[in-house]
Design a protein around this ligand. Structure first.
Ligand code: ADP
Ligand code: MG
Length: 397
């Protein structure tokens, strides 16, 4: 589906200005970076390009300024954090395009790093405006895209500029493509998907696609509730998404046609409220009392899922199986995370909450691949072409 892309490791960068598109879209709390995971993730990419003599022009978006300058969404804090991580001065340019920024870029020496201001301060970025892409391209001689999380967007910095300069995928991008490709193209079997989370409507494309690819689909969370409600189950006050009958039927039909088993939880942990100190009971998952909510898969369901996962050779996991943020309802999700960490399967964990759950279980570093692409990861799993990938040349090109 997606050929391996030319790697930035094969690019000659010494003495050349390299436009590096990164994902430094960190959550801010006022003036502070609340979580610097994304900045730490890109630091090795930049350190490697510096060590090889590149002159780095680094670009990212931050938040949703909608094409206008918004000082609260400046990349100034990111420049400071990058300076600390790289052990060199990372200057922040006053803008992402224009003569003054071009002059700054031309003055860079080998190993220097200039961070452009928030790309989305210009409407031309999200519109992939050709003249805006040309303005970005004037800043550099080669292009590296290491922002997999924006690969599903055709923006000036992800597509436009990639077509104007010799281009390559950075190491984070490369790792994402390789792992997602390995999981979905001719995977070792049994291939099992674990899908949970809140809403069916967030996951329609992934559900439909994986139902045609995997040997078993293990469902949990609000997703499973919605499947069971559509089969006539009593779900009480559980999270059930209305209007999904057609999607559920389509997923069931796709699964039946390709010999994929759909497993729903046999039992559920129920309560009247999401309360860490409230009473909980275990009931058959399709017989939830009227005043209760199914908030986690039960012990029998957990055992059954772990048995299937123990046989698996490839697993894609997206979405927690219960309200894992609240301890009494985290057991199913944590047990599955531990089961995946110790299994022989190649495991891809995708989705912000599934990643957070793997971290909470203390097993994130034992998974085959942690996909941080969010919407881009889901679109890849849906089998869609991502414009940011399409714009990069294949490895042999
Ligand atoms: P991911 O980020 O991994 O894609 P989602 O964002 O789709 O996952 O879903 C995560 C949310 O789903 C969590 O906030 C969790 O509390 C919620 N959730 C999971 N199971 C249930 C449930 N049974 N009832 C209500 N909410 C649930
Ligand atoms: Mg989420």
């Amino acid at each position: 589906m997606c050929a391996v892309k030319r790697s930035s490791r094969t690019l000659q960068v010494r003495g050349r200005r390299v436009f590096v598109r990164v994902d430094a879209n960190v959550p801010l709390h006022g003036e502070r970076i609340r979580d610097d995971t994304r900045v730490r993730a890109i630091a090795p990419t930049l350190a490697d390009l510096r060590a090889r003599g590149g002159r780095l022009v680094v670009a990212s978006h931050l938040g949703r300024p909608k094409g206008q300058v918004d000082p609260t969404l400046s990349l100034a804090r990111v420049a400071e954090r990058l300076s600390e991580l790289l052990g060199c001065v990372v200057a922040l340019a006053p803008d992402s395009v224009g003569p003054a920024v071009e002059a700054r870029a031309r003055r860079l020496a080998d190993g220097d790093v200039l961070l452009l201001e928030n790309l989305r301060f210009h409407p031309g970025e999200e519109q992939n405006d050709p003249s805006h892409a040309a303005a970005l391209a004037r800043l550099a001689e080669v292009y590296v895209n290491d922002a997999f999380g924006t690969a599903h967007r055709a923006h000036a910095s992800t597509v436009g500029v990639a077509r104007l300069l010799p281009a390559a995928a950075g190491p984070l991008m490369h790792a994402e493509i390789q792992a997602l490709d390995r999981a979905t193209r001719d995977p070792d079997r049994p291939f099992v998907a674990v899908l949970g989370g809140a809403k069916v409507s967030d996951k329609i494309g992934v559900l439909r696609r994986l139902a045609t690819q995997v040997d078993a689909l293990l469902l949990g969370g609000g997703l499973a509730n919605t499947f069971m409600a559509n089969a006539g189950g009593a779900l009480g006050r559980s999270l059930v998404e209305p209007g999904q009958a057609e999607t559920v039927a389509a997923v069931r039909a796709a699964a039946a046609a390709s010999g994929c088993r759909i497993l729903l939880p046999k039992d559920a942990v129920v309560a009247t409220a999401i309360d860490p100190n409230g009473a909980t009971t275990v009931v058959p998952a399709d017989q939830v009392p009227d005043d209760q909510m199914a908030l986690d898969i039960g012990p029998a369901a957990t055992m059954a899922y772990l048995e299937v996962l123990a046989e698996a050779r490839t697993v894609v996991w997206n979405g927690p199986l219960g309200v894992y943020e609240c301890k009494p309802f985290a057991q199913g999700t944590l047990a599955v995370a531990h089961g995946l960490a110790t299994s022989a399967a190649f495991v891809v964990v995708a989705g912000g909450d599934a990643l957070a759950a793997a971290q909470a279980a203390g097993v994130a570093d034992r998974m085959g691949h942690l996909s941080t692409g969010g919407g881009a990861t889901l679109e890849f799993l849906e089998g869609r072409d991502l414009p940011g990938l399409a714009a990069l040349p294949d490895a042999r090109a």
